[in-house]
Design a protein around this ligand. Structure first.
Ligand code: SF4
Length: 271
C-alpha cells in the first residue's frame, strides 16, 4: 500500500464490536500524495479538463518532462475532499466544454486507492467524464471498480521493442501489454500515446509494432504520436539529474507525419 494515510482511531466502536480494518479505513479521509492540479485543454483527454497530478512514478523515462513528480515523498499530502471541492468549482465550465477530469502524474496507479476514490467521486458526485493517464506498468493494481469509474484510459505504449522500452523507462514492457489486453477485454475506451524520439523509438519496426498491437486491441479510439521535446530539461537540471537526451534532436514535422501514417495504415485515428 503506497497511499499516505493519517493516523486513524483503532479503538472499538461504542457498540462494543471491534472495528474491522475495512471499517477503520472507511472512517479515514482519503489522502494521497499530490504534486499539483490544473485546467488544461486538448492534451490530457477530450475537451477542457481538471487534471490532478499525483506524485510518485516507478518509471524513469529518459524524456520525462515532469521528473519533479517522481518521488512520492515530494508531494503534498492532500485529501480527496480538497481536490473534489476544487474541481467542483469548474464543473459547469468543464461540462460546457465537453471536458472532464484526468488523473495523471507521476503514475496514478502507484496510489490506487486514492486514485479510485477520486475517479469515483469525480464521476458520481460531480457527474464528470473521467480519464486515467497511465504507463500501464502498474495496471494490475487497478481494480475492476476503479476501471468502472474510468471512462477513458490514456495509455502510454512507449516502445514495442522490449530492449528499447527498458532503455527508455528502466522497466519491462510486458505489464503494459497485459493491461492493454485487459482493457480491451473490458471494452474500455483507450487512447494510446507514443512519444517519437529520433534514434530511440523511431525505428520503423518499432513504430510498426506499436501500431499493429494497438490496432489488434479493437478499443483504441485515438493514437497520439507525440514528438519528443526538451521543455522539461530545465527541471532535470534543477533536480541535479543528467538529461541523457540533451543532444537528441526533436523530430521534424515530416518524421512525425510519417509515424502517424503508420498508425493510420492500420486503421487507427492518429493525431
Ligand atoms: S511514466 Fe510519465 S511521469 Fe513517469 S517517468 Fe515516464 S514520462 Fe515521467
Amino acid at each position: 500500500m503506497t497511499m499516505l494515510l493519517p493516523s486513524a482511531p483503532t479503538t472499538p466502536a461504542r457498540t462494543g464490536a471491534p472495528a474491522t480494518p475495512a471499517a477503520v479505513a472507511a472512517r479515514r479521509p482519503a489522502v494521497g500524495s499530490v504534486h499539483s492540479w490544473d485546467l488544461s485543454t486538448g492534451v490530457d483527454g477530450p475537451g477542457t479538463r481538471f487534471v490532478t497530478f499525483l506524485s510518485g512514478c516507478p518509471l524513469t523515462c529518459l524524456y520525462c518532462h515532469n521528473p519533479d513528480t517522481w518521488r512520492m515523498r515530494d508531494g503534498r499530502r492532500t485529501t480527496a475532499d480538497e481536490i473534489v471541492a476544487e474541481a467542483g468549482k469548474y464543473t459547469r465550465f468543464i461540462a460546457a466544454a465537453d471536458g472532464g477530469t484526468t488523473i495523471s502524474g507521476g503514475e496514478p496507479l502507484l496510489q490506487p486507492v486514492f486514485t479510485g476514490e477520486l475517479l469515483h467521486r469525480f464521476k458520481h458526485e460531480l457527474g464528470l467524464h473521467t480519464a486515467l493517464d497511465t504507463s500501464g506498468f502498474l495496471g494490475a493494481r487497478a481494480t475492476d471498480a476503479l476501471l468502472r469509474d474510468t471512462d477513458l484510459v490514456l495509455l502510454d505504449i512507449k516502445s514495442w521493442d522490449r530492449a528499447t522500452y527498458r532503455k527508455v523507462t528502466g522497466r519491462p514492457l510486458q505489464p503494459t501489454l497485459d493491461f492493454a489486453r485487459r482493457l480491451a477485454d473490458l471494452g474500455k475506451e483507450v487512447h494510446v500515446r507514443f512519444v517519437l524520439v529520433p534514434g530511440l523509438t523511431d525505428d520503423p519496426a518499432n513504430v510498426e509494432g506499436v501500431a499493429a498491437f494497438a490496432a489488434s486491441l479493437g478499443n483504441v479510439g485515438r493514437v497520439d504520436v507525440l514528438p519528443f521535446h526538451k521543455l522539461g530539461e530545465a527541471k532535470w537540471q534543477t533536480l541535479g539529474r543528467t538529461f541523457a537526451l540533451h543532444d537528441t534532436p526533436c523530430p521534424t514535422s515530416e518524421q512525425t507525419a510519417l509515424a502517424r501514417s503508420v498508425f493510420t495504415a492500420h486503421g487507427l485515428h492518429a493525431v
